[in-house]
Design a protein around this ligand. Structure first.
Ligand code: ZN
Length: 281
């Protein structure tokens, strides 16, 4: 098995300090949290910039650049910016983070999930939008992490491969456990994860995100299956039932402990660059 690539998803766009006061919102907080996660063993940091009032999600490439340069001044963790952002934004706004040239960016596949609690919002990317974002990423040398919420979205991945818009290895993140909020999202169970892994295209590497209480079991299962893991406040604000996590780094530290017990070595940022075929920092 390859070494384990840990991604820390620091902020997200669904909740803020009202949910966990330690959730980083502003650039300085995000830079510090990224540095702590790097020291704890994360190779990649997944970033959503926020507006000055903490609301979701900034579309200003200058804010993303400030975060990127601030992180790079402290450490060489791989920066991965969101293009999923907040569901209510226009697609062109969502992908503005690409103009800050991160090393990686998330790219939501398909339109299979829709927010249905609170207000009804289509969480959708059309085939041409996905293609356009993938082309911009390819042209700018940004590696996409393709967010897959169910088997139906694997069709979008294979279409991008057929259109020669992706470089090997293809990096696919299975997001499980969103079904409480999103119609069309899959719950996490070991069988569902194994089923998705069985349907990966050749030359793929996979990552696993488990929402809320699914974070710990889903990421542990991914380690056993040879996959990678994403932890952090975007997906889960708790350390255990009813106990808020103290920091993003605390969740990374637990992941490192479990990985070592299971015999998975941890990839440094430079090792993750080699595994993912990114340019050296
Ligand atoms: Zn995100």
């Amino acid at each position: 098995m390859d070494k384990l690539i840990i991604t820390a998803a620091l902020t997200g766009s669904f909740h803020g300090k009202e949910a966990n006061p330690a959730l980083p919102e502003q650039p300085e907080e995000i830079i510090q949290s990224a540095y702590e996660c790097y020291n704890a063993g994360a190779a990649i940091v997944h970033i959503h910039a926020r507006e000055k009032d903490g609301s979701t999600t900034s579309t200003d490439p200058e804010v993303y650049k400030k975060i990127k340069h601030g992180i790079r001044a402290k450490c060489n963790i791989i920066t991965q910016f969101t293009t999923g952002s907040a569901p209510h934004l226009d697609f062109e706004d969502k992908i503005k983070s690409l103009y800050a040239d991160p090393e990686m960016a998330s790219l939501n596949m398909g339109s299979g999930i829709n927010l249905w609690k609170g207000s009804e919002i289509m969480f959708s990317s059309t085939p041409s939008q996905i293609q356009r974002a993938a082309k911009i990423m390819k042209d700018r040398g940004i590696k996409p992490e393709m967010e897959v919420y169910g088997l139906q979205m694997m069709g979008d991945v294979t279409r991008l491969i057929d259109l020669d818009l992706l470089e090997r290895p293809y990096y696919i993140n299975f997001v499980l456990g969103m079904h409480d909020l999103f119609l069309g999202g899959l719950p996490y169970t070991p069988k569902i994860l194994m089923f998705l892994v069985e349907h990966l295209p050749p030359y793929s590497i996979f990552n696993v995100t488990g929402i809320a209480q699914n974070q710990l079991p889903a990421t542990t299962m991914s380690m056993l299956l040879g996959g990678n893991v994403r932890v952090g406040f975007e997906d889960n604000i708790y350390y255990s039932k009813g106990v808020l996590a103290k920091s993003n780094a605390q969740l990374v530290e637990r992941t490192v402990r479990i990985a070592k017990e299971l015999g998975r070595e941890i990839a440094s940022s430079d090792e993750a660059r080699q595994i993912l075929n990114l340019k050296p920092a």
